[in-house]
Structures are given as C-alpha cells and as structure tokens.
Write a protein that binds this ligand. Structure first.
Ligand code: GDP
Length: 197
C-alpha cells in the first residue's frame, strides 16, 4: 500500500468521542519505549506524526490518524510504565481496555515487542487477555537492527515457542526496524489485504 496521505485527527481518552465515520481502525500498542512512535512514523513516512517518548509532555491519549482517507491508524498509550505509579497505570489501563473492548471499528491490534528482550510477564498477560476477549491481534517485533540477523531469528523463535506453551495457534508476526525501514511493506500490505476483504 502506498501512503498518499496521513493526518492527525483527534486525541482523547474516551472511546465514545473517537471519530464516528465507521472506517476500519488499526491500533498500535506496547510498553513505553518499545519503539511505537518510531514505527508509526516509519509506516506513514511522516517523521513527526507520532510523538516519540523523548518529547516532553508526551500525552497518554488515544490518537487517531487518518490514512489515505480510507482507514485510521490509532496510537494507544503505552502500558506498564513504572514511573507513572499504580494509580496512573490503572488509569491508562482503563483507557486502553475501554478502547479495545468497545471500539467496533478496531480491526486489528498490533502488539509491539522489543526483539531484544525475553518474553515479559506483562506482555504475555496482555496477550492472554486479548485472546480471552477474542481481540484480533498481530505481534510486531521492533528494533531488529539492534541485533544480528541470527539473534533476531533465534529470539523470535524462542518467543513463539513460549507463546505455543499456551496458544494452539500463533497470531501473525512481523519483524521490523524503524531505523532501517524493515517490515513496512509487510505491515501495510497486511492492512491492505484486510481492508479489501
Ligand atoms: P515509544 O515510547 O514506544 O513510542 O518509543 P519511541 O519510538 O519513542 O522509541 C524509543 C527509543 O527507541 C528511541 O530512542 C528511538 O530512537 C529508539 N528506537 C525506536 N525504534 C527503533 C529501531 O527500529 N531501531 C533502533 N536502533 N532504535 C529504535
């Protein structure tokens, strides 16, 4: 898919205030610093579209971007951020859960995982919760340029093995590097296929 147009539409914390156009939505989520903003900027080819974590006052909101006037890309708040404290984390979790469980337009959720890390409890629990609630999702491994290609393959294989301990089937998996623009076509083509079907 070619990205002809990508525009910020609205930020909010309330799923009922999200755009009411009925267009399909593809949402991106992951722990803070996983590389979500960089991935969104890479996918859309717009450097400053999503705010990166290094920016002061980075908002914790549901951000809608309209792509090619055909679908929405949704940037969800990062989860499990220790510095936010328990109350802050619970608040964010309420926003995330409200969106994921109530937003009918949400067609697929892309769950971002840093390819360098061992499977983390918080991500595994989150994906288990998605499965229990029948939420369609994919896994996107980020920052693959930070490891050699053999290590990337090993880490992803190990991650899949861990998931297969509790899942009969694996969700689609993408390996990406925003730095090297890897995985862009695969994700955009996947979205295009679903939009066509
Ligand atoms: P967010 O908090 O999930 O939105 O993460 P950011 O996109 O702000 O990225 C966090 C940090 O990781 C920043 O310093 C980015 O430059 C870096 N980063 C993100 N993606 C990549 C990548 O694909 N490769 C490398 N080498 N660094 C990355």
């Amino acid at each position: 898919m070619e990205i002809k147009d990508a525009k910020f539409v609205i930020s909010n914390t309330d799923v009922s205030k999200c755009p009411a156009t009925g267009l399909p939505e593809y949402a991106f989520i992951g722990r803070s610093n996983v590389g979500k903003s960089s991935l969104i900027n890479m996918l859309t080819n717009r450097k400053g579209l999503a705010m990166t974590s290094s920016m002061p006052g980075k908002t914790q909101l549901i951000n809608h971007f309209i792509i090619n006037n055909e679908w929405y890309l949704v940037d969800l708040p990062g989860y499990g951020y220790a510095q936010r404290g328990r109350e802050g984390r619970e608040n964010i979790r309420k926003i995330i859960d409200g969106y994921i469980l109530n937003r009918h337009e949400m067609t697929c959720l892309f769950v971002l995982i840093d390819c360098r890390h061992e499977p983390q409890k918080i991500d595994l629990e989150f994906m288990r919760w998605l499965g229990e609630n029948g939420v369609p999702f994919c896994i996107v491994f980020t920052k693959t340029d930070k490891l050699g290609s053999v290590r990337v393959r090993e880490n992803i294989a190990a991650y899949k093995m861990r998931l297969l301990e509790e899942w009969e089937e694996l969700p689609p998996v993408f390996a990406t590097s925003s730095e090297k623009k890897v995985g862009r076509d695969e994700i955009l083509d996947y979205i295009e296929e679903i939009n066509k079907s």
